[in-house]
Design a protein around this ligand. Structure first.
Ligand code: ADP
Ligand code: MG
Length: 260
């Protein structure tokens, strides 16, 4: 495990967008690996019942004894379920039953505060905790936004890919009013960016102004390397060290490190 002696408590960052396929999971794995390369102590939390982050870090969700599911239901602690990964990060794995956990949380009082409460126990052991959200605005995503100091919104630089961002920002406003006044939107992270496409460049130029949000820099280029990484349980920072995509994630992580 990368957890060590407590210092300043971790900055907790949600990576969320209720659309699937926008590179949330890829961004969590890659930024996590980039922060670990900088010597930071990193915890990644898989909050998606598809368990793609868990798979992509080389952990088989069918083999994990306990997962985020048991943690949210109060049957295990984060310290019991976290696993050390080859990328130099710790992972709280997900399992397919997480979809059932969401339903079981619904009738509980204070259901939006459960993740925040359980993360408190390990927050002192890390510099940064990244939360990989599921493609919905359900109770698990509300838990993530309630637990976080910051939000990153991955968004592909394609036509119509920003549909739904308004709804996400409305949810963020509600969370800030009711559940977590400290939540700050760090910005939109442009993903799947094809610099040769005029259209992609136009979307990139327009999106920050449209939502009055910072746009993180540089945009993450679209590259086939990303599809190859999960097969070996490492992020592309390890499998294609010098690819454009790996460099872009390192540069974004360097810029964000100043805010931790
Ligand atoms: P989400 O978590 O938002 O559903 P994923 O991170 O799983 O999205 O990414 C969706 C798909 O896009 C995956 O197959 C992933 O390998 C691919 N992908 C992500 N980022 C890139 C990129 N920069 N270039 C090419 N393919 C990418
Ligand atoms: Mg995902």
């Amino acid at each position: 495990l990368v957890a060590r002696t407590p210092t300043k408590p971790a900055t907790i960052v949600s990576v969320a967008n209720q659309k699937g396929g926008v590179a949330k999971t890829t961004s969590v794995a890659s930024l996590g690996a980039a922060f670990a390369e900088q010597g930071k102590r990193v915890l990644l939390v898989d909050l998606d019942a598809q368990a793609c982050l868990t798979f992509s870090l080389g952990v088989d969700p069918d083999e994990v004894g306990s997962s985020i599911n048991e943690v949210l239901l109060g049957r295990a602690s984060i310290a019991d379920v976290r696993v050390a990964c080859d990328d130099g990060v710790d992972l709280v794995p997900s399992v397919i039953d997480l979809a059932g956990a969401e339903a079981q949380l619904l009738p509980r009082p204070g259901r939006e505060y459960i993740l925040r409460t359980v993360l408190e126990e390990v927050r002192g052991e890390y510099d940064v905790i990244l939360l990989d959200c599921s493609p919905s605005l359900g109770v698990l995503t509300l838990n993530a936004l309630t637990a976080s100091q910051a939000l990153i919104i991955p968004m592909p630089c394609e036509m119509l890919s920003h549909r739904g961002v308004g709804q996400l920002l409305d949810t963020v406003t509600d969370v800030q009013k009711i559940l977590n006044k400290d939540l700050v939107v760090w910005g939109i992270l442009p993903t799947l960016f094809d610099g040769r496409s005029n259209h992609a460049r136009e979307v990139l130029a327009d999106v920050g102004e449209r939502y009055d949000l910072p746009v993180l820099d540089p945009p993450i280029p679209k590259t086939v390397r990303f599809a190859e990484a999960p097969a070996v349980g490492r992020s592309i920072l390890a499998t294609s060290r010098n690819s454009k995509g790996a460099k872009a994630y390192r540069d974004v992580a360097t810029a964000l490190a100043k805010k931790l």
